[in-house]
Design a protein around this ligand. Structure first.
Ligand SMILES: Cc1ncc(COP(=O)(O)O)c(C=O)c1O
Length: 387
């Protein structure tokens, strides 16, 4: 099986991630910080090491302001629902994943907030000037995806962050597709809320993720409960991260995430990204001149994650995905990728596209094989349409 669906989740993980989780779960998996015995204190220290490693990766000066969540979706809900008040206006984009779109749509439909959705260029890039023009006296938040999960296009978050800071707005970045792959620095890029997931380019297991909450933001707790500290307090403690971290954390998953983040830091985001971009470039060259394919997004790999959405003319993307799987042993994802707005922008709604997303453990040979398989499928489609 050739796995080319790393935008959905990275697979396989570095061997250290499996090793760390297995060893931790068998030998040291006491409930962190809930008791005074050594094993529990050690487990707590493990979580704090993960927190510090992530804070270091994202340039966050105060690690305790980075709270752990189930995934990016959980983090975005925590941010949006813990922040916004009746009458607030939010600027977002049509490139967002449903993890951003749905919480905002739901508050908009309840009449709590108003939302402006800025559109990208035909290639899938946003112009910060359009965001500036959408600001109203009621605007409180700009919510923006860093890297599109359909086109791979990377948005100028530093420019948007500085604009938001200048206009005294809060800035939420959905870094689900970019954390571990692109430089993210909450201080330099003026990010107030950074949502990320552990299971994609940070190489952690599913069920891990987090939200960095900058010093200009105070969130209402999304869930309240035990924190292992300040237990006499009838309500959620004020101190971070406990304010937003009620309940037993996924400490086995966080041990794996620590190993994943250490792998990223040791290898370097630049090297990981360049590997993916070389594979993307190979795929673009193999298919770019072939008129039987529609390739979406820019024709080069600059400011682009290793993601290619395409269609074979006259074929449903789901059919192409099934043939790739059943006849060629190649795993890709077909459909709308939880981002219907992006597909509307590029003209592939409602059927979607075939999305090919190589990862760090894919090789040039994997790309050569998927390109060959796609050409064979396209040829058989042309034959059956003539019959
Ligand atoms: C851009 C983007 N945002 C958010 C998410 C949601 O991530 P998760 O399912 O881990 O919460 C995804 C997942 O595919 C994504 O690609």
């Amino acid at each position: 099986m050739i796995y080319l669906d790393n935008a959905a989740t990275s697979f396989p993980k570095p061997s250290e991630v499996y090793g760390e989780m297995d060893e931790f779960f068998r030998e040291r998996a006491a409930n962190p910080g809930r008791a005074g015995y050594r094993l529990s204190t050690e487990a707590e220290k493990g979580i704090e090491t993960t927190r510090k490693a992530l804070a270091g990766l994202f340039g966050a000066r105060e690690p305790q302001r980075l709270v752990f969540t189930l995934n990016a979706t959980d983090a975005i809900n925590m941010a949006v629902k813990g922040l916004l008040n009746p009458g607030d206006h939010v600027i977002t984009t049509t490139l967002e994943h449903n993890a951003v779109t749905r919480p905002l749509n739901s508050l908009e439909r309840q009449g709590v907030i108003t939302v402006t959705r800025v559109r990208p260029s035909p290639q899938g890039f946003l112009d910060p000037g359009d965001i500036k023009r959408a600001i109203t006296p009621k605007t409180r938040l700009v919510a923006l995806v860093h890297a599109s999960n359909v086109l791979g296009t990377v948005q100028p978050i530093g420019d948007v962050g500085r604009l938001a800071r200048e206009k005294d707005l809060l800035f939420l970045v959905d870094a689900a597709q970019s954390a571990g792959l692109w430089p993210v620095n909450v201080e330099e890029q003026c990010i107030d809320l950074l949502a990320f997931t552990g299971h994609k380019s940070l190489f952690g297991p599913p069920g891990t993720g987090g939200l960095y909450v900058g010093g200009r933001v105070e969130l209402r707790p999304w869930r309240e409960g035990g924190t292992g500290v300040d237990s006499q307090n009838p309500v959620q403690p004020e101190d971070m991260p406990f304010r937003l971290e009620g309940g037993t954390p996924n400490f086995v998953g966080l041990a794996g995430l620590k190993a994943g983040v250490e792998f990223v830091s040791r290898t370097g985001t630049d090297k990981i990204r360049r590997h993916g971009q070389v594979l993307l470039s190979q795929l673009l060259h193999a298919l770019g001149d072939d008129k039987r394919f529609t390739l979406y997004g820019p024709s080069d790999t600059e400011n682009r994650s290793p993601i290619l959405s395409l269609n074979i003319k006259g074929m449903e993307p789901q059919v192409v995905g099934t043939i790739l799987d059943e006849s060629f042993g190649i795993a890709v994802r077909s459909g709308l990728h939880c981002a219907p707005g992006t597909h509307r922008e590029i003209g592939s709604f409602p059927q979607g596209t075939v999305r090919i997303s190589p990862g760090f453990f894919n090789t040039g040979d994997d790309i050569a094989q998927v390109a060959l398989a796609l050409k064979e499928i396209a040829s058989s489609a042309a034959v059956s349409s003539r019959e």
